[in-house]
Design a protein around this ligand. Structure first.
Ligand code: 4AD
Ligand code: MG
Length: 466
């Protein structure tokens, strides 16, 4: 009988110092090769990038059974763990019994052993976790999620669960998915002919959140230091290698932090995560370094060892204007930076991550603390090589009057954020926070080039399969 408990994971088998003991190993066949006397099966169970080699004495097994052992089949193998004679693995298993849990017909199974393009693998995203590449990416994704919680927990931050369904637009960007139970083909109408949302599930218009920040601020103004870590949703129609419609964001929010403190935390946080990956995911990083990006491990080490550059937006614009570079989008004071500009500063000019601060208020969200110059706000974007913006954040406007004036200037609806504005009426406090795009972080840590390849099931315009 099969027992999940008694089986040894391949990662533990490969580390084991024991020899000549009976083991049970379960997993999926990557390859089978050999001759009429002996077969070698490479098996993987997802616990490591490495396979275990199973050695089969062909004469001792039923021919029909061996025929069914093809790439993709799932097996339970019992046998003796021995020192491997071949190079490439420390140990191997000499099979004494083999049970087939599930076959994989070579005529139909899409993941044969030849290398597949990442584009093709996206079309079969339900199977791609079984490849070396996605095994590595998903293990690193897990390690980073764990490290994020560890980092904040060790620092005394509380994990605050902010809602996914909201009635407000945190970023004022307007790119939101509506949440409704109304019959969209025939909604109830008001006497004026508008859709009557009072009859909708929540009694008003609601949407999927673009950010947990506004509720995060409420938490910080009570618990001092909080963070959120959850999915966020943006209906922007941007088909780029850096945008998803559903992505995960980490948003720390800290009472009594100014912009300096905020920058310090952001830099320390990213360096911690990258170091965690170097310390805990080396097998997977080495694989990705070899297969996709020969500069990956170098780049990760470089980031942990060097200070980020801190630069005013105005000085950044100066550098770009004097660069002599031909940009697709021309640069002048007041423009929002495109990824080509961000990458010029990071990759060509400074050759280091850059924290750009004090942006024009017109291109930033309403909640950012206004500087005395009347033109700029205490915003910070952390810009990374190959990615561009990886973090966006700011010191928050804590002054009730100033915040209200900004909301008015922008013509925003007070009705949906009255509770947020109220926090500045009672016990307001200086505070700051930022948002790290989890998949942007993973792009950097894995070296993958497309954000669709660092999340198990990407959601992008015209794509919600699986
Ligand atoms: O710069 P953003 O829009 O900032 C906020 O949402 C703030 N509320 C954060 C805060 O201060 N608490 O987004 C933050 C980060 C970006 O820097 C980027 O890394 C990521 O979220 N991001 C995306 N990642 C993938 N796909 C998208 N469509 C993204 N939009 C933003
Ligand atoms: Mg931003």
């Amino acid at each position: 009988m099969s027992s999940g408990m008694r089986r040894i994971k391949i990662v533990d088998l490969l580390r084991s110092a024991q020899r000549d003991v009976e083991v049970t190993v379960k997993g999926w066949v990557r390859t089978k090769r050999g001759n009429k006397n002996v077969a070698f099966i490479a098996m993987n169970d997802g616990s490591t990038i490495h396979n275990i080699q199973v050695v089969v004495d062909v004469a001792a097994f039923d021919e029909e059974l061996l025929k069914q052992i093809t790439t993709g089949a799932c097996l339970c193998v019992k046998g003796k763990l021995v020192e491997s004679l071949g190079s490439g693995q420390p140990v191997e298993v000499q099979a004494s019994s083999i049970e087939i849990y599930g076959t994989a017909d070579p005529a139909t199974y899409p993941l044969q052993k030849k290398g597949h393009s990442l584009e093709f693998l996206r079309e079969i995203a339900y199977l791609r976790p079984r490849t070396n590449t996605f095994g590595a990416v998903l293990r690193i994704r897990h390690a980073m999620a764990f490290a994020i919680h560890k980092y904040f927990n060790d620092k005394g931050f509380y994990y605050l669960h902010t809602p996914l369904i909201t009635g407000s637009d945190a970023e004022g960007a307007g790119a939101m998915f509506q949440v409704t139970t109304l019959d969209v083909s025939n909604p109830p109408r008001t006497p004026e002919g508008e859709v009557d949302y009072t009859q909708d599930f929540f009694g008003k218009e609601c949407n999927l959140t673009v950010s947990g920040q506004l509720e995060g601020e409420l938490g910080a103004l009570a618990l001092s230091n909080i963070y959120t870590f959850g999915p966020t949703f943006r209906a922007e129609n941007s088909n780029t290698p850096r945008h998803l419609a559903e992505f995960w964001m980490i948003e720390p929010e800290m009472a009594f932090y100014d912009l300096e403190d905020n920058m310090e935390l952001a830099e320390d946080f990213i360096k911690y995560l990258v170091r965690y990956a170097l310390d805990n995911c080396m097998d997977d990083l080495e694989f990705l370094n070899k297969m996709f990006d020969e500069g990956l491990i170098e780049r990760l080490k470089f980031v942990t060892e060097n200070d980020f550059v801190r630069l005013n937006y105005t000085d950044g614009i100066d550098i770009l204007m004097k660069s002599g570079e031909k940009f697709e989008f021309p640069v002048s004071w007041g423009v929002d930076l495109q990824s080509e500009h961000e990458r010029y500063l990071v990759e060509k000019h400074f050759k280091k991550p850059v924290i750009l601060i004090n942006y024009p208020k017109e291109i930033k969200a309403f909640y950012m603390k206004q500087n005395d110059d009347g033109k700029t706000v205490r915003a910070m974007d952390v810009l990374f090589p190959k990615i561009g913006e990886i973090i966006g954040g700011s010191e928050r406007e804590a002054d009730f009057e100033k915040l209200n004036r900004r909301v008015e200037e922008l013509g925003m609806s007070r009705e949906s954020i009255w509770w947020y504005l109220d926090t500045r009426r009672w016990g307001s406090a200086p505070h700051s926070g930022f948002g790290l795009g989890f998949e942007r972080l993973l792009l950097f840590v894995t070296g993958m080039g497309n954000i669709r390849d660092v999340i198990p099931f990407p959601r992008t315009p015209k794509n919600a399969e699986f």
